[in-house]
Design a protein around this ligand. Structure first.
Ligand SMILES: Nc1nc2c(c(=O)[nH]1)N[C@H]1C(S)=C(S)[C@@H](COP(=O)(O)OP(=O)(O)OC[C@H]3O[C@@H](n4cnc5c(N)ncnc54)[C@H](O)[C@@H]3O)O[C@H]1N2
Ligand code: MOO
Length: 405
């Protein structure tokens, strides 16, 4: 049963509903162990612990001599390079080995004397002299991280640095949450390649969805499927998605109320819970958020995007991204990016809808780029963000909704 009327929801509330539904649907979904090379962009499903310490052994931090005892002179017993073994298992006071940065320091060593502070001894070859402070230039095992330490919290985005860290802690795989997102592109007028003609239009939404999906740490479940403007194929596709455990289905171009827009009827037919039916924003008015699945099930989230491409992008930023981020367990915003900025140029609020204005950010200001009508991606393609301009806004600062990059 469809449980929501046609009340168009305020923009901020719709985003909050999307977050809530994503968190509800993602909770308990666990993670999948993926090889480090494939983990980039996912969100850690569990905390990351150290399987080995960092450094894993007492290591030289400089090229020079590992020395035992206070000196100022030592007898050099040989040489050890990184990855090699020392010529003596243990240094006794007065002994040294020549050592390379990263090599394991023999037991008994008190410090490393860098080459540039070492002098040859007048007393003969095989001896070295200099001044040391105990512990200097030795990186002790576990001085950064002990084996068993918890190092990174669950919910952290997997970045190149985190992958490098995981490798240094002894991991070959990472448990990541990465919702799988199927795309259904509808419309009898849609052409999928080349120059459209004869009342047809190139699909502009299917090609931008994988990037949008990946930007939120999720992954596309294959290529978009193209559906004709008919109820039965839509209903069948929704049932299939629910049946095969797809996390999110994005339906493009069937969200309005025309004779060819079947999403609402299909949702009603499959017993969906409709959470958002229309959002008070421009562009992106006719968007939908729904859930397929019973109370005890994790369910499949359905996001309906309008067919106009810039409206689809605005709707994806409004509903799809918060759903995916919450589902993966990550934050909704990138903390490195400013959340609001002074808006330049003449921007006028709408009477009752929130306007999403394509802006370029430079010099700490956001400037509208134009060409951001619902049917055109020309502005968004040159923009960094949408400025969020609610009804009654008087400026000059506006919240920013950063576009996927
Ligand atoms: N009586 C009403 N009509 C419309 C309303 C409304 O509130 N009442 N809203 C308008 C708005 S706003 C939008 S946006 C569209 C959304 O409609 P749909 O989601 O059903 O999309 P379509 O009608 O199929 O297409 C709209 C437009 O976009 C083109 N399109 C569709 N899919 C794609 C695609 N994948 N790539 C590029 N372009 C696409 C399509 O050819 C149409 O020109 O409804 C308005 N009508
Ligand atoms: O979603 Mo429509 O933009 O408002 O053309």
């Amino acid at each position: 049963m469809v449980r929501c009327g046609n009340a168009v929801m305020p923009w901020a509330q719709a985003r909050e509903e999307a977050r809530r539904l994503g968190a509800r649907s993602g909770a308990g979904s666990g993670g999948r162990a993926v090889p480090l090379a494939d983990a980039l962009g996912g969100v850690l499903a569990e905390e990351l612990t150290a399987l080995v310490g960092v450094p894993p052994y007492d290591a030289a931090a400089m090229d020079g001599y590992a020395v035992a005892g206070p000196g100022p002179e030592w007898a050099v017993a040989g040489r050890v390079l990184a990855g090699g073994s020392a010529p003596v298992a243990r240094l006794h006071p007065g002994q040294a080995v020549e050592i390379a940065t990263g090599a394991q320091v023999p037991e008994g060593a008190d410090a490393v004397l860098p080459y540039e502070h070492a002098a040859a001894c007048a007393g003969g070859a095989g001896r070295v002299r200099g001044e040391i402070a105990a512990g200097r230039h030795v990186r002790r095992a576990g001085e950064d991280t002990f084996a068993g330490d918890t190092v990174v919290a669950a919910g952290t985005a997997v970045t190149p640095a985190l992958i490098g860290l995981a490798a240094s802690l002894g991991h070959d795989t990472l448990p990541v949450r990465r919702p799988r997102v199927a795309a259904l592109v509808t419309g009898d007028e849609i052409a999928v390649a080349g120059r459209p003609g004869g009342g047809r239009v190139r699909d502009a939404i299917g090609p931008m969805l994988p990037g949008i999906v990946r930007s939120a740490g999720a992954e596309p479940a294959g290529d978009p499927r193209f559906l004709p403007d008919a109820l039965d194929p839509m209903s069948a596709a929704l049932r299939t998605a629910r049946g095969d455990g797809t996390d999110v289905v994005v339906v493009c171009g069937a969200s309005s109320k025309g004779p060819a827009d079947h999403l609402r009827a299909a949702l009603a037919g499959v017993g969906a819970e409709v959470v958002v039916d229309g959002v008070a924003c421009r562009p992106g008015h006719p968007q939908l958020l729904a859930r397929l699945g019973g109370p005890g099930e994790r369910g499949t989230v359905v996001v309906g995007l309008p067919g106009n491409p810039n409206a689809a992008l605005a709707a994806a930023a409004t509903l799809l991204l918060p759903v995916l981020r919450a589902m993966a367990g990550g934050p909704d915003t990138d903390r490195a990016l400013p959340s609001s900025m002074r808006l330049t140029g003449a921007v006028h609020p709408h009477g009752h809808d929130t306007r999403l204005v394509a802006v370029r950010v430079s010099g700490g200001q956001a400037e509208p780029v134009g060409h951001d009508r619902p049917g055109s991606l020309r502005g968004a393609a040159q923009a960094d963000a949408y400025a969020v301009v609610p009804p009654g806004w008087s400026g000059p600062h506006a919240a920013l909704l950063w576009l996927p990059r």
